[in-house]
Design a protein around this ligand. Structure first.
Ligand code: HEM
Length: 334
């Protein structure tokens, strides 16, 4: 469980050990896989001191989570039990790029991170993306994907490293080439957990599932003519304005795996026909006054879990370890 987190480099480094993942066949044997992943992001997007290695551009808001009547049948997790008062949440929406100045008008996935503040003072998080499926199956392959992107600049000889990589990784090609329509709002996009978790209920019954967050406002996208009138920060301005008028809501769903679904390969999206269980509603009510100050102190950790939920995909530990390396480096630069 994740106790409230003061951001210091020393603490961040101490936190690395439980999530440490050995590099299998990395470029050097001296660095951990988590460090290699953060270095690989830096190779693609550059080093931006004090900023996240990925998703550095974001906006922080607050709200509450109310579990559904069916949530407790899925898991004993504290935030999924029936309760009189909703659970406070902190939400960060982000641009899915490592470039802090990327315009919101660019085609890319968007991120959403949610921190639940549980009654006992601990925290647990969700970290999701507006694209259903990851480019690759493992963290090692993701490092190699990023290294290939980084080595494929305009002057790179043909075929470039990424052209060669895509020949043998169709999911990565699909991820890069699928259209990503421009949202009206961060609150009009669906988001996907991509990595699978194991859920155990009070009777000991186990299911495996992936989170989905569905916007209650419905999915809404801009036409090209509308997009042409939008500024580079239109999404953060829009969500601040939207929650001033009325809350932005999402349904938290669990897409349940069937027997033959791969739970350890996030590059394969499960069919839409899979059973979905509603876990609750997120209600985002206000933007924080100083988002930049707030996000510096925040670390969203999908591997910080409560009893009743366990990681089912090895990528979860690898992601968690790299988020801590990124936090450690951004905290050192502050
Ligand atoms: C091996 C795979 C992955 C690696 C190495 C990776 C790495 C990172 C890193 C280093 C950060 C910055 C963390 C920080 O400084 O706080 C980050 C942020 C983020 N990642 Fe990942 N990531 C991976 C997969 C994913 C997946 C599968 C998703 C979504 C399902 C995702 C969604 C996000 C989001 C939304 C953020 C921003 C979190 C925030 O607002 O603080 N990532 N990622």
């Amino acid at each position: 469980m994740w106790k409230s987190l003061p951001v210091t480099a020393a603490l961040a480094i101490a936190l690395i050990s439980p999530f440490a993942v050995a590099a299998q066949d990395g470029p050097t044997s001296q660095t951990s896989l988590a460090e290699q992943l953060v270095d690989a992001f830096n190779g693609v997007f550059g080093v931006h001191p004090g900023m996240r290695a990925n998703h550095p551009k974001g906006v922080v808001l607050e709200g509450t989570f109310a579990p559904s009547a069916s949530a407790a049948s899925v898991s004993t997790a504290a935030h999924l039990q029936k309760r009189k008062t909703p659970i406070p949440i902190t939400v960060r929406f982000s641009a899915g790029s490592g470039q802090p100045s990327v315009p919101d008008t660019s085609q890319m996935p968007r991120g959403m991170a949610v921190k639940f503040s549980l009654p006992d003072g601990s925290k647990t998080d969700l970290v999701v993306l507006s694209f259903n499926g990851f480019p690759v199956a493992t963290a090692e392959e993701f490092r190699d994907f990023l290294l290939a992107v980084g080595a494929s600049g305009a002057d790179a000889p043909k075929p470039t490293a990424i052209e060669t990589f895509l020949q043998t990784h169709p999911a990565a090609r699909n991820f890069l080439e699928s259209p990503k329509p421009q949202p009206v709002s961060y609150a009009t996009l669906p988001y996907f957990g991509i990595n699978a978790f194991k859920f155990t209920n009070a009777k000991g019954a186990v299911i495996f599932g992936r989170y989905q967050l569905r916007p209650v406002a419905g999915e809404q996208f801009l036409t090209q003519a509308q997009l042409d009138t939008m500024g580079p920060d239109y999404l953060s301005s829009e969500i601040r304005e939207r929650v001033r008028r009325s809350p932005a809501k999402f349904k938290l769903l669990l897409q349940v795996a069937e027997k033959d679904d791969k739970i350890d390969d996030p590059s394969i999206a499960w069919p839409d026909s899979r059973k979905q269980i509603e876990l609750g509603t997120l209600t985002i009510t206000k933007a924080v006054a100083d988002s930049q100050a707030a996000e510096k102190k925040l670390l969203f950790m999908l591997g910080a879990l409560v009893p009743g939920i366990e990681a089912a995909d090895p990528m979860i530990a690898a992601r968690s370890a790299s988020y801590i390396v990124s936090l450690s480096r951004r905290a050192q630069a502050q």
